[in-house]
Unconditional design. Structure first.
Length: 435
C-alpha cells in the first residue's frame, strides 16, 4: 500500500466507506497510484472504529448504507474529528439530501455515481491539500507563539542586562564623584591648614557666591562649580611670598600688588593636570578681570566667565567687610555702597544688583536646620559644608550621613567640648525628634 509523505514525514490517510464490496475494490484500484494510506470500511460503525484507532485526514462515504447513512456518519465525524475533510458519494436520487448536508457544513464535497477516477483523485488531492494547509497554519501559529515567547525572554534578559549595566555605571560614576569630592575636600584643606591663609574667608566667599548664583537661577552644575571656585579662590597664594598678601591690598607696594594678582595664574598652573576642574580653574583665573574690559590685570581679551563675575563680587564684598581691601573693616551697608561705585565697570551690574537688593543675601538661610551631631540620623543630607574650628573641611555639602560618620562627628564634639552647628536639608527635619 502506497503512502504520501511530506517534508515533515507526515503520512496521510484516506478512509473509504461503502457497504458494497465491489465498490470498495473499485476504489482501491482507482487510488492505487496515490501515496496515501487507504483504509476501507463496509459500514458507518466500522468506519468510526477505524477512525478511533487511526488519524484519518480524508473520509469518503457512500450516502445510502444500512443502519447508518453516509450523511449520519459524516455528521458524527464532523463533531468528533472536525479537521477531517469529508466527502459523500451519492446517486442522482439522493442529490437533494446531499445538497442539504453540504449546506449544513457537515460535508465539504460530494461525488456522483458513477464517478470518474480522475475526478475522485482530484477530490482526494483537494482534501489532502486543505489538511496540509491547516496543519502548516497550525505549525506556523505554534512557531510564532514560540518565537514570540523567545523574543519576550530575550527582551526581558536584555532589559535585565541593561538595568544591571546601568546600575554598574551609576555605581562607577558615584564612586568617581565621591573620589572627586574627596580630592576637592583635600585641596581646600591644604589651603586652609596654611596659617597665613584664612580658611573662614574662603568659606564666606564660597557661600555668598553660591547664593548669588542660585538667585540668578544658574543651573545646578554651574552653581556647584562657582561654590567650589569660591572655596579655593586663594589657591594661588600658596605660590606667593607671605609678604605679597598678608597686608591689606591698598597697603601693598605696586610690585606686591602685581604679585598678589598673579595668584590666579599660580592657581591655573596648580589645577592644570585636573582637566575635570577646567571650568573651576577658569573662574579662579579670571576673578580679578574688570567687567568692562578696562584695566585688565592679565591683559587678555577674552569673555569673563559668569562664575568669575560672581566670584569677584562675593570676594570683594568680604574683602571690604574684613578690612582686607583697605585695612578698615566696613559694615555690610558701607561695603555695598563702595561696590556700587564700580557698577558695570569693575563688576557686572546684573549680578551686583542681586547683592545690593537682597537684604539677607549675606546671612545664612539655614540656621533653622542647625543640629548637633547627637541629633543626626542616617540618611540625612548635609545642606552646607561642615568645617572644624580651624576651618578645615570635614564633610562636603550633599554628603549622605551614615552611622559611621555620625559616630565620628559625635566623637569630634566630645573632643572639642562643644557641639557643631550642622546644617541639613530642610525636608529631613520632619524625621527629627529633638533631644
Amino acid at each position: 500500500m502506497a503512502e504520501i509523505t511530506t517534508e515533515n514525514n507526515t503520512t496521510y490517510t484516506v478512509l473509504f466507506v461503502d457497504d458494497e464490496p465491489n465498490i470498495l475494490r473499485a476504489i482501491k484500484r482507482a487510488l492505487f497510484t496515490m501515496d496515501i494510506t487507504l483504509l476501507l470500511a463496509d459500514s458507518g460503525a466500522k468506519a468510526l472504529e477505524l477512525m478511533a484507532n487511526n488519524e484519518v485526514h480524508v473520509v469518503i462515504s457512500d450516502m445510502k448504507m444500512p443502519q447508518m447513512s453516509g450523511a449520519e456518519l459524516l455528521e458524527q465525524v464532523a463533531t468528533k474529528y472536525p479537521e477531517t475533510f469529508r466527502v459523500v458519494l451519492t446517486g442522482y436520487a439522493d442529490i437533494e439530501s446531499t445538497i442539504q448536508a453540504v449546506n449544513q457544513g457537515k460535508i465539504h464535497r460530494y461525488l456522483q455515481k458513477p464517478w470518474e477516477n480522475q475526478e475522485l483523485i482530484s477530490v482526494v488531492e483537494e482534501g489532502l491539500e486543505r489538511v496540509k494547509l491547516k496543519a502548516e497554519n497550525l505549525r506556523l501559529q505554534k512557531l510564532t507563539k514560540l518565537q514570540n515567547k523567545k523574543l519576550k525572554d530575550v527582551n526581558t534578559s536584555l532589559e535585565q542586562m541593561v538595568q544591571k549595566r546601568t546600575r554598574q555605571i551609576k555605581a562607577a560614576l558615584n564612586k568617581i564623584e565621591k573620589h572627586n569630592t574627596a580630592m576637592e575636600q583635600v585641596l581646600f584643606n591644604v589651603i586652609s591648614i596654611n596659617p597665613n591663609i584664612n580658611g573662614k574667608f574662603a568659606i564666606e566667599v564660597s557661600e555668598l557666591a553660591s547664593k548669588l548664583a542660585r538667585i540668578a537661577r544658574l543651573d545646578k552644575q554651574e552653581i556647584k562649580q562657582i561654590r567650589y571656585a569660591g572655596l579655593i579662590c586663594e589657591l594661588g597664594l600658596l605660590g606667593l611670598e607671605t609678604d605679597d598678601f598678608l597686608a591689606p591690598f591698598s597697603k601693598l607696594k605696586y610690585q606686591q600688588q602685581q604679585n598678589y594678582l598673579s595668584q590666579t595664574k599660580q592657581a591655573s598652573l596648580i589645577l592644570a593636570p585636573a582637566h575635570e576642574l577646567q571650568h573651576v580653574s577658569d573662574i579662579i583665573e579670571f576673578q580679578f578681570e574688570h567687567y568692562n574690559g578696562s584695566g585688565l590685570y592679565n591683559k587678555v581679551a577674552k569673555e569673563i566667565p559668569v562664575g568669575a563675575r560672581i566670584l569677584a563680587i562675593s570676594r570683594d564684598y568680604w574683602r571690604l567687610v574684613t578690612g582686607r581691601m583697605s585695612g578698615v573693616e566696613l559694615s555690610p551697608r558701607d561695603a555695598k555702597f563702595e561696590m556700587k561705585k564700580h557698577r558695570n565697570t569693575r563688576y557686572d551690574g546684573e549680578f551686583l544688583d542681586l547683592l545690593l537688593e537682597a537684604e539677607d543675601v549675606t546671612t545664612s538661610k539655614l540656621l533653622s536646620t542647625s543640629l548637633k551631631a547627637t541629633q543626626l540620623k542616617a540618611g540625612m543630607v548635609l545642606a552646607q559644608n561642615l568645617y572644624n574650628d580651624s576651618h578645615i573641611l570635614i564633610l562636603p555639602e550633599g554628603h549622605v550621613l551614615n552611622e559611621a560618620t555620625i559616630q565620628k562627628l559625635v566623637q569630634f564634639e566630645e573632643e572639642r567640648g562643644k557641639a557643631f552647628s550642622i546644617q541639613i536639608e530642610p525636608e529631613d527635619l520632619a524625621n527629627i525628634t529633638n533631644t
